[in-house]
Design a binder for this molecule. Structure first.
Ligand code: NAD
Length: 250
């Protein structure tokens, strides 16, 4: 499933899962826009991708910035075929310690940031009568709970709800909206958890290992492909089997 002649924006594309998505889409022939609040790392990532790419600094919580991102891409490449709304944060906070600022901070990036990125790209996709929107959700929230991540899990439930209605609203323009739901993926964002916690994570995964950013990239590339045009409003779990219920007979 090639992505030749496609232009793909990846928010949070500078590092971690976003970087994995950007490199798989680039390998498949897309011109990739690495859109990230960390412009310096985004520029480095863009230069390291195998295909044509550019970096754009953007804070996905700011509507003026997400609109400017879409305009810049149209000026530079003339089209937006794929949006991977991936930027997200996952600071840990227990319910006792959680403040309104903690709650709003996570929702601003993980939920509002997705809506704003989609809203900025939609007019250009509608103009072209084509679009593929891929959100990075999570198993956390919709499928499993982790103590300390109630606010984070709520944002991922929110985007899963968002995509179902969005998919219906844009279906007439051959625009699809789907989400990948990663399990535990090896990224810098997990560094703070410590080796003991990471070992516990690994032992809870039937495949025995954390996933890689490229594992998520390949799932995103499926949703991003022209061939997946009849797949919309749905999610794909990529978690090494972590959320599989174990048979009573096992
Ligand atoms: P990461 O911290 O490695 O990368 C996140 C990227 O987003 C960074 O480059 C950062 O600069 C960027 N970013 C942060 N705030 C931004 C903003 N306001 N505007 C634009 N860019 C911003 O994290 P990651 O692990 O790669 O997570 C990426 C996505 O994957 C998130 O949505 C996260 O919830 C989701 N996810 C991660 C895991 C995992 O195990 N790592 C599991 C499930 C879901």
């Amino acid at each position: 499933m090639g992505l030749k002649n496609n232009v793909a924006i990846v928010t949070g594309g500078a590092s971690g899962i976003g970087r994995g998505i950007a490199s798989v889409l680039s390998e498949k022939g897309a011109r990739v826009v690495v859109a990230d609040i960390d412009e310096e790392t985004a520029t480095k990532t863009a230069t390291e991708l195998p295909g044509e790419a550019m970096a754009v600094g953007v804070d996905v919580t700011d509507p003026a910035e997400t609109e400017a991102l879409a305009e810049t891409v149209i000026e530079e490449y003339g089209q937006i075929d794929v949006l991977c709304a991936n930027a997200g944060i996952y600071p840990s906070k227990s319910l006792e310690e959680m403040t309104v600022e903690d709650w709003d901070g996570v929702f601003d990036i993980n939920a509002k940031g997705v809506m704003l990125s989609v809203a900025a790209c939609l007019p250009h996709m509608k103009n072209k009568d084509y679009g593929r929107i891929v959100i990075t959700s999570s198993i956390t929230g919709p499928m499993v709970g982790y103590p300390g991540w109630a606010h984070y899990g709520a944002t991922k439930g929110a985007v899963n709800g968002f995509l179902r209605t969005a998919a219906i609203e844009v279906a007439n323009w051959d625009i699809t909206v789907n989400a990948v739901m990663p399990g535990n993926i090896e990224t810098g964002g997990l560094d703070d958890l410590g080796e003991e916690y990471l070992a516990k994570m690994r032992s809870s995964i039937p495949k025995g290992e954390l996933g890689t950013p490229e594992d998520i990239g390949h799932a995103a590339a499926f949703f991003a492909s022209e061939e997946a045009g009849y797949v919309t409003g749905t999610t794909l779990v990529v978690d090494g089997g972590q959320t599989l219920p174990e048979s009573q007979l096992a």
